[in-house]
Design a protein around this ligand. Structure first.
Ligand SMILES: Cc1cc2nc3c(=O)[nH]c(=O)nc-3n(C[C@H](O)[C@H](O)[C@H](O)COP(=O)(O)O)c2cc1C
Length: 162
């Protein structure tokens, strides 16, 4: 199986999950940077407003090459019940047509709305969400356990070999 894990993180929790997921699946992990300042109180408030308004942002890299990928895993924190502007921008630029996509991320509370928004966008672009999982508030050990449980579950149901 050839896969890729692409993620955005502001404070590192989604990076932790993405790196463990990539290791378990045996594929590469790629971090997407948001070129807009996102640290500090004012930036926090603007981040929430941008996410709520479905704003796009400047990211680096602008996209990733998904040629030959059987599986694309997209990771984001939840911001004001929405995916981050960085993830929405990546998705605008990403070729997911005909691809299996896993959505994952971290949040303090329920991620359902964020998953729905990402599902809709992936489907608009011709991809299929095959699974999703989110780690809610907790320790690195708890996040690790969520990743392990997901990978076990996914390995049993997926037609891909990893
Ligand atoms: C601007 C902003 C808005 C947020 N809004 C939500 C929210 O609506 N729901 C939620 O569960 N968590 C919310 N959070 C918390 C983050 O989703 C959570 O802390 C996440 O694990 C951070 O991931 P990271 O370390 O990868 O950046 C918000 C965080 C920020 C910075």
């Amino acid at each position: 199986m050839t896969g890729v894990v692409a993620y955005y993180t502001r404070t590192g929790k989604t990076r932790f999950v993405a790196q463990r997921l990539a290791k378990a699946l045996g594929c590469r992990a790629l971090e997407i940077s948001d070129l807009k300042k996102r640290m500090g109180l004012i930036a926090y408030l603007k981040a929430a407003r941008d996410a709520r308004g479905k704003k796009r942002t400047e990211i680096e890299p602008k996209t990733i090459d998904t040629t030959g990928c059987d599986l694309i895993c997209l990771g984001t924190p939840v911001w004001w019940s929405n995916p981050t502007p960085a993830m929405m921008t990546l998705l605008d630029n990403l070729d997911v047509k005909g691809k299996d996509v896993v959505i994952f991320g971290t949040a303090d509370r329920s991620p359902e709305r964020t998953i729905d928004i990402l599902r809709k966008r992936v489907e608009e672009k011709g991809g299929t969400i095959v699974e999703s999982f989110f780690c809610l508030k907790g320790s690195d050990e708890e996040r690790m356990k969520v990743v392990e449980d997901f990978v076990d579950r996914f390995r049993k149901q997926s037609r891909l070999h990893f």
